[in-house]
Design a binder for this molecule. Sequence first.
Ligand code: ZN
Ligand code: ZN
Length: 382
Amino acid sequence: MARDYYGLLGVGRGASESEIKRAYRKLARELHPDVNPDEEAQARFKEISVAYEVLSDPEKRRIVDLGGDPLETAGAAGNGFSGGFGGLGDVFEAFFGGGTASRGPIGRVRPGSDSLLRMRLDLSECATGVTKQVTVDTAVLCDLCQGKGTHGNSTPVTCDTCGGRGEVQTVQRSLLGQVMTARPCPVCGGVGEVIPDPCHRCGGDGRVRSRREISVKIPAGVGDGMRVRLAAQGEVGPGGGPAGDLYVEVHEKAHDTFVRDGDDLHCTISVPMVDAALGASVTVDAILDGPIEVEIPAGTQPGAVITIRGHGMPHLRSGVRGDLHAHVDVMVPTRLDHDDIEILRKLKEKRARDVAEVRSTQSQGAAGGGFFSRLRETFTGR
Ligand SMILES: [Zn+2]
Ligand SMILES: [Zn+2]
């Protein structure tokens, strides 16, 4: 059954926005709890406030006009008008400025917050995954009172200052006459009750700070800035409320040889000039694989990139390995003895057709890329 929102405010179905507003304001003056403490009046005040909330919202009013009830679909069904209660403050703020609707005391037992911990890992640890002991400093459940906050068999009592409402009110003048504005009670902190004989260990908070060692499993393939979540290892809440989560954030240390780009790794291999010309095999101490042989083909040019498939980092989820990109640097000998010079002179005579060549820095050379394109290769890893 759809509620008769128009009937509650005493307006016709064709009522304009301002007519609805006027009707609500008129009723609110009579029924506001601070003016009329009568219980029936309070119930009606809730009803008209919900009706106003619905009819002042074009989208909700459209649903009403189609014969539906916008609050039924919002999950308020079966709750009478209480489902709309949360919206009461909004309606009031729109009208009179400043929240005046009472929201009642907050719970003494509330969920705890998450905590964050940083962990520095080197590249190998990121590649293999690692289990580490860490020291966590969070609030934990008070084992003396088990979160109750009370000493022995004592119990909390209703707060005198706010009478259990969790908030204290001050009177303000407005068009309603006297209107109360509420703020959290300074004595009970909004809970509505106080503990006269608090637990000797936690002072009534239900939790204490504690340092503990926990073991954290970091999966293979993690990277800088990634977070591992440990459910319910964060701060225990006030009153022993459920603990938040603990996040361990990975900080990857720079590696001496490899630079990481996602799952790919990059390194530089400096090759003697003669090896670049004749070809050579170079041993690289790869991540996860230990020493591997990288073949430098004969005639390799400076800046060439040799890709060794499957020797990069494992992918975090799939475990599929990225690639290793070896950037070749060619070392030209600087200290030549008499024999060396003789040999190189002979080679030069034999290869008289090899002469210096001047071209644009951006042109594509025989090596498959000028200076800038090789730079791009180096920094993008492609
Ligand atoms: Zn305690
Ligand atoms: Zn209080």
